[in-house]
Design a protein around this ligand. Structure first.
Ligand SMILES: Nc1ncnc2c1ncn2[C@@H]1O[C@H](COP(=O)(O)OP(=O)(O)O)[C@@H](O)[C@H]1O
Ligand SMILES: [Mg+2]
Length: 286
């Protein structure tokens, strides 16, 4: 639909220029091969000493009280805990949507502490896909435009954005819905569109906050099956959920309680290398 008629989107991509000189490291030492590979030791996401207190009307809410966390490339980590435990706050901190009072975050070995809002916005487009409980689709944009938007914002040429969009929507069982408006879709379908939107820039890390929280059991199964499928292809995922049943799709479960990590367990101790196949989709038992 919208070809080159997106000047507003283009304009926005220049936002990062407000940043001080890009602190991108100059790449590996001369002669090192595979410059793009992260050293095995370096987690995709690392947090240390994260603390966040919300100051609302009442007493301050100590939502996150000192969290250390490392997520390796390819892991599917579920963070579970009761409502009010601080899970969403933690996820918001990890995605730069809120700032910690103290503590540090590294993405792919790069410290994010000094990143401005604008820088975080740019890095989110490149490195992070985020899915929320309520899909947050743009209600007056078609399904196709909702999914293409982040790609266009990231400066992807419109033609490629369209290709990526078509591929993802097909994969998520939404082919034929491109022209629909979000309000015409079921909750499960809307959440799949949100998933497509989060994944369109192929982000190394997917952050999901109760992505099935407002869906019926069919929608929940669909979303979880899709997360599992992307994970099996190598997608790193941090999933926040109060539903322990959903956490069982992950291979590592962190129990979060009262702002702290109470337990951190690998579900499948003999974790096999995860590169496998498109066909191995986890079936969630009802
Ligand atoms: N923006 C906010 N302002 C004030 N208090 C907040 C805010 N966000 C969360 N809280 C409080 O912080 C605590 C943790 O909330 P949250 O991170 O949403 O937990 P969870 O996602 O586990 O339910 C709760 O007591 C909640 O009321
Ligand atoms: Mg929450």
């Amino acid at each position: 639909m919208s070809d080159d008629s997106t000047p507003a989107l283009r304009a926005d991509t220049s936002a990062p220029r407000t940043e001080s000189p890009a602190p991108h490291t100059e790449g590996p030492a001369p002669g090192t091969e595979s410059p793009r590979l992260t050293p095995a030791e370096s987690p995709l996401l690392r947090a240390e000493g994260l603390v966040k207190t919300h100051h609302g009307e009442g007493a301050p809410a100590h939502a996150v009280r000192g969290v250390d966390l490392a997520v390796r490339q390819g892991e599917f980590v579920a963070v579970t805990g009761p409502s009010g435990a601080g899970k969403s706050t933690l996820l918001h901190l990890l995605g730069g949507l809120q700032r910690p009072d103290s503590g540090s975050i590294w993405l792919d070995g790069e410290c994010a502490d000094a990143w401005s809002e604008a820088r975080w916005a740019v890095e989110r487009r490149k490195r992070l896909g985020i899915v929320f409980q309520f899909f947050n689709l743009v209600s007056d944009l078609s399904v196709a435009d909702n999914v293409e938007l982040p790609a266009l914002l990231a400066g992807v040429p419109p033609k490629r954005a369209r290709t990526e969009r078509a591929e993802l929507l097909g994969e998520l069982g939404l082919a034929g819905k491109e022209r629909s408006m979000p309000g015409e879709l079921s909750g499960g379908e809307q959440q799949r569109v949100a998933l497509a939107r989060a994944l369109v820039n192929r982000p190394p890390l997917l952050l999901a906050d109760e992505p099935a929280g407002s869906l019926d059991s069919k929608g929940t199964r669909e979303v979880m099956r899709l997360l599992s499928r992307f994970h099996q292809r190598g997608q790193t995922i941090v999933l926040v959920t109060h539903d322990a049943r959903l956490a069982s799709a992950a291979d590592r479960v962190i129990s979060f309680f009262d702002g702290r990590i109470a337990d951190d367990a690998e579900l499948d101790s003999g974790t096999p290398p995860r590169r496998a196949g498109i066909s191995g989709v986890l079936e969630l038992k009802d």
